[in-house]
Design a protein around this ligand. Sequence first.
Ligand SMILES: Cc1ncc(COP(=O)(O)O)c(C=O)c1O
Length: 346
Amino acid sequence: MAGPACRGQAMTPETPFEFPPRLSLAQLPTPFQPLPRLQRHLGCRQRLWIKRDDLTGSVLSGNKVRKLEFTLAEALLAGADTIVTCGGVQSNHCRATALLCARLGLHCVLVLRGEAEPPFDGNLLLSQLAGAELRLWPVRTYQHNLDALLAETIEDCRAQGRQPFLIPTGASDAIGVWGYIGAVQELQADFAREAITRAHLLCATGSGGTQAGLTAGAALLGLPATVWGVAVCDDEQWFLDKVRSDLQAWQERYQVPLELGRLPVQVLDAYIGPGYARAGREVFETIQLLASLEGMVLDPVYTGKAFLGLLTELRSGRFDDVDDIVFVHTGGVFGLFPQRDQVVAS
Ligand SMILES: Cc1ncc(COP(=O)(O)O)c(C=O)c1O
């Protein structure tokens, strides 16, 4: 296989399943750090922790690199020379894919949801710098015809003599699940080192793949944590269905012994605010709070909303049954810059 070495991982008594082929693209393990000043500021009894997946590398890439290690390995094994994927005009996933494609010598085509002449800022700027071919579609056209737009793009690539490989929104599908099962292995070591015996663990959930991997991984590996996805766009039912259908596809494909029917999938959907990529004042205040107290930067599209969820639920007493709360920081800092006006206003 071309590209960085492919790491494999055999079955052991501790991991009763085999990971599929994987490229070595991320800087792992990511740091696991306490938030002592925030804890003092809140006056809370529980210890607060942050898993720094904003530091997975490839330009501060966040959660996507973990999934793409598996997805791009599969693409290369399939003989692809072109990756086609999709998302919002400021998609972190599209930016991460564009940069990794450049690193692997693959052509990248991004089908993007946005207006005709968006400002070249944030993630879009980086995708363009990485040499991705950008195909922008108006929001309504994209929303109603995404499958047809992707099929047309694939056909165009073939007509140009390319071998395209399609990655769905957020790389959240059967193979993408593996990314966050790998993260749970790291969290096991983090928990052991910090003597965490029972925790609530929260992440932003947008296309469901990170939550699916964490939920399945925690059950498979016995991580003593309740996993919560904090929704940034759709409601609880949408995420329950999406996580379950990705996990079903994953289980059918890889035959992993896990009773999906009994798996607790937990969603908090009260922090979406005005809608996807649109945040209220409280989210910008949360970003400001964490940056000024701990020197860690969240974004208004994903992690700012999820962290606001963590703070609000903590105050309401939902996490009173544990001594430790873990936030998985999934990256996304480039989404902050196109919304700079609101940061200043908050
Ligand atoms: C920064 C960031 N955090 C969280 C998410 C949500 O992850 P997922 O799509 O796996 O639900 C995304 C992508 O959607 C993201 O870009």
